[in-house]
Design a protein around this ligand. Sequence first.
Ligand code: PLP
Length: 366
Amino acid sequence: VIGRSKAEIDTPALLIDADLLEANLERGGRDFTLNGLSYRPHAKAHKSAVIARKQLEYGAVGIACAKLGEAEVLVGAGLEDILVTTPVVGTAKIQRLVELNGSARVAVVVDDPGNAAEIGSVATGAGRVLELLVEVDVGQERCGVRTPEAAVRLAELIEESPGVRFRGLQGYQGGSQGIRGFRERVESVNRSVDRLRAVVEQLGRAGLVAEVLTGGGTGSSPIDVRAGCLTELQPGSYVFMDSSYAEVEWTPEGDPPPFARSLSVLTTVISRSSPQRVVVDAGQKAASSDAGSPVVKDRDGARFSFAGDEHGIVELTDGGAPLLGEKIEIYPSHCDTTVNLHDEFVVTRGDVVEDVWTIDARGKTQ
Ligand SMILES: Cc1ncc(COP(=O)(O)O)c(C=O)c1O
């Protein structure tokens, strides 16, 4: 397929626009390091070693992974500094974690004393020391300790336990990321910052120092770099941009985000009941539906709706009347879950296929 034109790509196919991806990576490298911050991009967005390596070339200090399975794949591909941002629970998984730590620097978040102690004990048995970050619930009500006192107790336990070392705190609030209005997003991010600061102060009183304060995503990043709390950002979606992210106000003046939609699904018209309504070969198995319907690219007024796991309907209002076999591109509403449906990215520059990249950690949810 390399060297061929877009029209010759078999479908459904997951496309990356190489020019836009590179612009996003370059811009991220600048924006996420403002005011001396570091960034550790989240690989849950792309699940691919090629893109993770590019992020390091653009100044990332390491990579974040949602799951141990993702981390195993990236370490296997040569990535050397990983933070697993979801607790790793259960003896079998902890053994995998400790083993992985033998090949790379792999840290993990914890929010439970028993879990931290078990990691310490397995690591001690293997003659290793694992770095742990205490996850603090800064508003999402997902994982994370709920009070500064609980955070301090857990950090103290880690400091006292063999086989583990306290590296810092993670405070991530997914609920802030997609808030459209800039002012409302600032308020939400500030509430999280206050909660994390309260923990840092309490740690200080107990004589403990959090070397790293990690968190934040694409949507909160322009606020996080000015808030003076986090030391490390974990943006994921900026590489591709979900279609809903494009609506978010980036500045107090309401400017759009500086990142472009570089990911799309290429589909083919397989049935044409009328010029205003065609069926394409991409349904829920080619583009995820958890965040709504994809958006049709470059066709004014066109609307995509799912018609099952293998079919999609495109309704057109501009009389564009695509023919049978014609290609239609759609932007996924949620890139992370769409990427997980595909084996590879077809990388295009202009109209020509430049490369094909494996989605190495696709399906690695364990
Ligand atoms: C812990 C954590 N950090 C960072 C991110 C990245 O956020 P975004 O994709 O909005 O940049 C996520 C996304 O779900 C996350 O769960």
